[in-house]
Design a protein around this ligand. Structure first.
Ligand SMILES: Cc1ncc(COP(=O)(O)O)c(C=O)c1O
Length: 398
């Protein structure tokens, strides 16, 4: 693309796109772990659209499923059945726990569903309050913002939706002190993503599960970012051995095609009964065909095993770098959900990484967040580590 065309697009953005983001790079094409910009530069994508393109860009099996379905039936509304929705629900439930699924279009919408589910369940019990975690992130709609522990996202949007309170993550005593007769649910990301790749302590989660059982409180997991194989388990909670009462998914469920979902245990299957919740676009034949292909590909290509293997490789190599560079404070890995904690803001490193050919992310106040495709090859992992080493050595030389 010529510079003149690039400038025209920049101008159109300035004039016609609401400035809630401030992008500079114009991306044109993606294949596997790679993306290309408008000048033909190639980048190793360790952001994957924020843990969305877990199977890499334009995975052929997923693209084929989307294309074929787009020629058959795209949308009918949930006033009619479509086969793909039933098939997808079964596939998800078989990975999760015995239960039922509701389909939405995004993470925030899936979490809105979780919140409505909890309130509806608690409505005849005098329970409406939801306890969430400090530093959590649950979305940008008003209810999910109120649930979100990172208060900076709520600034300017007062009044907060009532019914939410936050306690420090991984602090069991603080949670027990906050629970009361009106508590309907506790909502947790098993691995906090935006907060800085912070995993829950297994013992903590087990105690939270027991507390919820004892006090008749629902345990809700937000797996929008950490689900769909990202941690090496299809659902992150499987890696902790703690089952929630309901769980949300989105992001990588469609590998880039918008789709979200939440699943509740079978004993709560009737809590949201006919007419109590809905979504025009939720669970279209097109979205569900795509998501079915994503799940089949995770099996057919042994994606979870690759994620565990590569995650271990990164952990070992990044820990070596942490020994060498004192500005690296810690390395946190759960599969290919990787956080490199620094003595500075993670975002400071992104321009140099880009210059050396890598797209990455920051998280929390001081974390460089790496979320490569789960099917990246050893060679791609090595290329990524070389780029990281280059950028780290440049910082050390400053
Ligand atoms: C854990 C978690 N929940 C919810 C969301 C919101 O998802 P969406 O942006 O699809 O609404 C995100 C997005 O980053 C997330 O990381």
């Amino acid at each position: 693309m010529s510079d003149a065309k690039y400038q025209t697009i920049v101008e159109k953005y300035k004039k016609f796109v609401m400035p809630t983001y401030a992008p500079e790079l114009l991306l044109e094409r993606g294949e596997g772990s790679w993306v290309w910009d408008s000048t033909g530069n190639q980048y190793l994508d360790f952001a994957t659209g924020i843990s969305v393109c877990n199977l890499g860009h334009c995975h052929p099996a997923v693209t084929k499923a989307t294309q074929e379905q787009a020629q058959t039936l795209v949308h009918v509304s949930n006033l009619y059945m479509n086969e793909n929705q039933a098939v997808l629900a079964e596939k998800l439930v078989r990975h999760c726990f015995d239960g039922v699924a509701f389909f939405a279009n995004s993470g925030a919408e899936a979490n809105e569903g979780l919140i409505k589910f909890a309130r509806k369940w608690g409505s005849d019990k005098g329970k409406s309050q939801i306890i969430t975690m400090k530093d959590s992130f649950h979305g940008r709609t008003l209810a999910t913002l109120a649930a979100t522990g990172r208060s900076k996202y709520r600034e300017g949007f007062a009044p907060d939706m009532p019914g939410f309170s936050q306690v420090p993550f991984n602090d069991y005593e603080a949670l027990t002190a906050a629970v009361n007769d009106q508590t309907a649910a506790v909502m947790i990301e098993p691995v906090q993503g935006e907060g800085g790749i912070l995993p829950a302590d297994t013992e903590y989660l087990k105690k939270v599960r027991a507390l919820c059982d004892e006090k008749n409180i629902l345990l809700l997991f937000d797996e929008v970012q950490c689900g769909m194989g990202r941690t090496g388990y299809f659902f992150a909670f499987k890696g902790f051995g703690v089952e929630p009462d309901a769980v949300s998914l989105a992001k990588a469920l469609g590998n880039g095609f918008p789709i979200g979902a939440f699943i509740v245990r079978r004993k709560y299957a009737d809590t949201l009964s006919v007419g109590t919740h809905a979504s025009t676009f939720g669970g279209t034949p097109l979205a569900c065909a795509t998501a079915c292909a994503v799940i089949d590909t995770i099996h057919n290509e042994n994606i979870l095993a690759n994620c565990v293997r590569m995650g271990h490789f990164f952990k070992v190599e990044l820990e070596k770098m942490a020994e060498k560079y004192d500005f690296i404070k810690s390395v946190r890995c759960r599969g290919l959900m990787i956080g490199v904690q620094l003595d500075r803001n993670g975002a400071e490193l992104l321009p140099s990484l880009l210059k050396h050919g890598m797209i990455a992310l920051s998280a929390g106040e001081d974390v460089l967040r790496l979320m490569p495709a789960l099917n990246l090859s050893e060679e791609e992992a090595e290329t990524g580590l070389k780029i990281l080493e280059k950028v780290f050595s440049e910082i050390a030389a400053q």
